[in-house]
Design a protein around this ligand. Sequence first.
Ligand code: ATP
Ligand code: MG
Length: 573
Amino acid sequence: MRYSEMFLPTGRETPSDAEVISHQLMLRAGMIRKLTSGIYSYLPLGYRVIKKVEQIVREEMDRAGAQEVFMPAVQPAEIWMESGRWKMYGKELLRFKDRNNREFCIGPTHEEVITEIVRNEIQTYRQLPKNLYQIQTKFRDEIRPRFGVMRCREFGMKDAYSFDVDERGAEISYGKMFEAYTRIFSRCGLQFRPVEADTGSIGGSFSHEFLVTADSGEDGMVYCTSCDYAANLEKAEIDRPEKYEVEESELLPVEEVYTPDVRTIEEVCQFLDVTARDVVKTLIFVADDSPIAVLIRGDVEVNEIKLRNYLGCDSLELATDDIVFEVTSSPKGFAGGIGIKSDIIADYSLINMKNFVMGANKENYHVKNCNMERDFAVKDFADVRMIEETDTCPRCDSPIKFARGIEVGHVFKLGTKYSKAMKATFLDKDGKDKYMIMGCYGIGIGRTAAACIEQNHDNDGIIWPLSIAPYHVIITPVNINDEKIATVAEKLYADLEKRGVEVILDDRDERAGVKFKDADLIGIPLRITLGSKKLSEGKVEVKFRKSKDVDEVALYNVEDFIVKTVHEGLGER
Ligand code: ATP
Ligand code: MG
């Protein structure tokens, strides 16, 4: 494409409302424009990248045996009522009515639609397994759209759904998707890690998120420095009770102390001259309408997602002041285990604590030398705390590390949640009707492109990997009014295009510096610079955007050199 004819509005200024680098660069490189909050248009350069990501996704999904379909964006409420999600999904679901007052939504995901299709068409085990996928626009009314297309409201997603006759089959389908995702994100030039993830309200199942490592990422992950354990912080397991050494020590008599207005752990530590490890925090939660007290050591935090999974409840919230008063007979800040009017769950961090400090369930009082069993009963012990970097790997006990990441993909074992709710059954070999075992697998297309920029940029702009670069090469004639340069540029442009290389010819009558800046900003992997001095020696310069290396190449050889470099960069497939 000739630069002079392109719709490519680049900018030098950093947009003030863009927090992360990928958002800034996508705007500056003329890839996207915002229409309204969380809703973006892709301009030609941006859309080329999107189509490249989609193409890689298609090739790998097809290779894994999945078949492409295309489902409607608009979905009737009825199927969402059948699955139970019309109520459960909340405000992210954009709902509306048609002229006949019938309720609809714009699909944030397509489990209901695909299950409705498959239950009508598949009757016997002979027709299974199947894996169907689409690349399609989703709408989620995100509470806080931000970071450009990384967390927006309307976005393109690849979503796939597998249907199997049994657990073993479902495992195989899951494994194939896991492998396909690994190939997809590798081909997109990303550094990523699959991590064990929370399954949210679906529960009981199994899932992995594919996190692209980036400091700007919204997700925290932990990974083992020795084995391959990696998990989202929300999910990371920690202590096994057998790890705690319980020492025999004398149990001292309980002592109530007057602690006026001393509420937080820091205040308690200061007032009583103890460390946070000597104090037990008592948090009151309401789990599906019932209050529950959670006890945990003072220096660590409760992981509410693990707690919710452990309790198996749908909703979990910190109790209001009124409920705290009901349960502890005191205002917030003085809760403890002794005499509390609710069940107690103790985190494993309490297992080896003796003679600890705790709230007295009495305004302005704490108690010293508390001991479990002797002073109060615990209903159960559980792993409900946030992992800390000083913990060790739950699998092999080696040191762990924390990192941040951007979730670009998610593979999920759904089990029979939707097939049961929507009666998607098949007749098995043994003549019995059974529920299909499902899996679902998503990839955010725009988010993947943005994540790639987060990992591949410098002060001058984007550094695309060849695989998803909008163009492979930009030809930059230093002076387009120089007839010799212009002739060579035109010929090279035509020849490279003929050989399947994607080329921009920067034919603008602009200073070389301006052209170089734009080429760097939009991140084209290879730049061929045509200047009169080098040309008179029969040479051109090829600059690699990533390494900044410049190769002098003989003019007669440059076409082959570029074709070879592009083919090698794209890899044999
Ligand atoms: P998140 O935790 O980031 O909200 P999610 O768990 O809601 O993601 P899924 O329902 O698993 O996401 O969707 C599959 C994929 O779609 C995600 O891995 C992500 O790449 C993409 N995605 C989800 N929400 C958005 C969004 N608001 N904007 C852009 N891409 C998104
Ligand atoms: Mg979400």
